[in-house]
Design a protein around this ligand. Structure first.
Ligand code: GAR
Length: 202
C-alpha cells in the first residue's frame, strides 16, 4: 500500500519540521512520507532544514499573491494537488486558513499548538504569545496539543496532548523551549504516524 504523502507548512525556525524529519529517518513514521514543505515566508530557516533533508521546499507568500487570501490559498492548493498530497501538517505555520480551505481537506490537516487546548488558543494566540499568556495567568501546568484543523482556529478534534510543568523563573522563551522538547517534538511525529496510518488504510 502506498504511503501517505505529507506536506508540511511552515513560517519560521522549523524545529517541529526537524522533529518530523528526524522521526522519519529513525523509521518512526512508517505509514507516511514528507514530500513537500511550503513556507509563507521566504526567509524561514525551515526551508534550509527541508533542503538539507532533500525535501522540496516552495515559498508561497500572500504578498506574492497580491495580498489576496483566496489567491494565496489557491496557490497552496495547486501545489498540494500537483504533489498529490494526502495529509497537511501545520508546523509553526502562522497564517489563518479560511473555511473554504479547511473544508477541502476534512480530517487531513493537523496543527501543533503550544498549550493545552482549550486554554490559551484561538485567534491571536501563537508562538511566544501563548507562553506569555500562560505565565501571565499564573497556571502551573501548560503543554502542547496536536489537533485536526477545521474552520475554528484551534477548534478541531484533539488527537494528542501532553502536559508540561511551569517552573519558577520561567520566561516565555524558556517555557517555549521546554514545551517543544517535552511535548511538541514528541507528539507531532506520533500524531502524524497515527493519522498517516489511518489514511493509508482508507
Ligand atoms: C511552535 O511552538 C508551534 O507550536 C507554534 O509556533 C512554534 C513554531 O516553532 N505554533 C503556534 O503557535 C500556532 N498557533 P517551529 O517553527 O520551530 O516549529
Amino acid at each position: 500500500m502506498a504511503k501517505t504523502k505529507i506536506a508540511v507548512l511552515v513560517s519560521g525556525g522549523g524545529t517541529n519540521l526537524q522533529a518530523l524529519i528526524d522521526a522519519q529517518s529513525r523509521g518512526e513514521i512508517p505509514s507516511g512520507e514528507i514530500v513537500l514543505v511550503i513556507s509563507n515566508k521566504a526567509d524561514a530557516y525551515a526551508l534550509e532544514r527541508a533542503a538539507q533533508a532533500g525535501i522540496p521546499g516552495v515559498v508561497i507568500t500572500k504578498k506574492g499573491c497580491g495580498g489576496d487570501q483566496e489567491a494565496f490559498e489557491d496557490a497552496i492548493m495547486a501545489q498540494l494537488a500537483a504533489c498529490d498530497i494526502d495529509l497537511i501538517v501545520l508546523a509553526g505555520f502562522m497564517a489563518i486558513l479560511s473555511q473554504r480551505f479547511t473544508d477541502t481537506y476534512p480530517k487531513r490537516i493537523l496543527n501543533v499548538h503550544p498549550s493545552l487546548i482549550p486554554s490559551f488558543c484561538g485567534e491571536g494566540f501563537y508562538g511566544l504569545r501563548v507562553h506569555q499568556a500562560a505565565l501571565d495567568k499564573g497556571v502551573q501546568v501548560t503543554g502542547a496539543t496536536v489537533h485536526f484543523v477545521n474552520e475554528i482556529p484551534d477548534g478541531g478534534e484533539i488527537i494528542l496532548q501532553k502536559a508540561v510543568e511551569i517552573e519558577d523563573g520561567d520566561t516565555p522563551e524558556i517555557l517555549q523551549r521546554r514545551v517543544m522538547e517535552q511535548a511538541e517534538w514528541i507528539l507531532l511525529p506520533r500524531a502524524v504516524e497515527i493519522v498517516s496510518e489511518k489514511l493509508m488504510n482508507t
